[in-house]
Design a protein around this ligand. Sequence first.
Ligand code: SAM
Ligand code: SF4
Length: 355
Amino acid sequence: MILKNGDELSEDELTGLLQLEDEKKIESLYRRAYREKVKQVGKKVYFRGIIEFSNHCQKNCYYCGIRRDNQELTRFEMSREEVLESARWVYENGYGSLVLQSGEVQAEEYAEYIEGIISEIKEMSGGELGITLSLGEQNKSTYRRWFKAGAHRYLLRIETTSSDLYDELHPDDHGFQDRLDCLKDLQDIGYQTGTGVMIGLPGQTPADLAGDLKFFQRQGIDMIGMGPYVPHSGTPLASGDNLPEDLDEKNLDLSLKMVSLLRILIPDVNIAATTALQALHPRGREKALKAGANILMPVVTPQKYRDNYKLYENKPCIDEKAEDCRGCLKNRVKSIGEEIAYNEWGDPPRYFRRL
Ligand code: SAM
Ligand code: SF4
């Protein structure tokens, strides 16, 4: 199956492949994607230690557990020292690169705080640690400021490329065009730009998802972090009876197909096996690695904060420490015959081809 070059797949063909039901054909899709991944980056998995340093958020996305109006959690912000301590842990454990993630805050004080932290992480690691930011929409000068301070990758999910669906998932003041403009700003500045979507959202069709894949291809994106939509009971999207009972099963299946098709469509891109996959299946991330993903994002947030950074239900590793996750992931990666690429940034092959 899929005899033509992957990068020539049309939106209609992708839509059809996302609806495959024959187990043998699905397995063969995964195998083809895995072969492609091994050809591009070998049997290697790159780590990005993720520090979820604050759950303060000015936004109110209808799906997210840390949205502004959710009162059922304690808001926190890690101190500069705590962030640096986590960053040092990432460095000393050879993860090679980290992600700083938080809710969205647009304020001068916050921009300055982040700028300072980026510089200190660079200094602490002698410039060796790669820094990815996942801090939502900001103005171009703030993005530039953080880039100059030493961040080199930015992850901003488009969430869905259907502008109608985007509008249904967000209040009126979160415009789809603003999101697109931010992605353009990030690419203009020179960030390795990552984006992604949630998979299996209420109202989302296979054709929408095929459109998402084509968008990643058109935009020249370097890394994709896409994962299943997982409901959170404290959010408007999960209230009422608009969610089917077999949502988790369907979303896992769709997510794995999306990973495989993406690897076939854009062979030299970085693809994350996202944490949300593990909320749906104990081996969800390993399944994604075998379906074409090559990045894992181990949570290194101090344990005491994890319970208040629940974007969705059943978020894994809430009761664990960074040390526990390290050993656990090592075994998981080994179990599928792959190895962790320690002390490397893990830039995607397409980035080097562009240089
Ligand atoms: N605030 C920043 C932003 O929105 O870009 C970065 C942090 S935000 C928590 C990171 C990602 O979490 C979002 O881009 C969204 O795709 C994902 N997310 C939020 N709620 C989710 C849910 N219920 N299921 C799956 N992913 C979710
Ligand atoms: Fe805030 Fe990001 Fe959650 Fe939206 S997805 S509510 S911006 S943390």
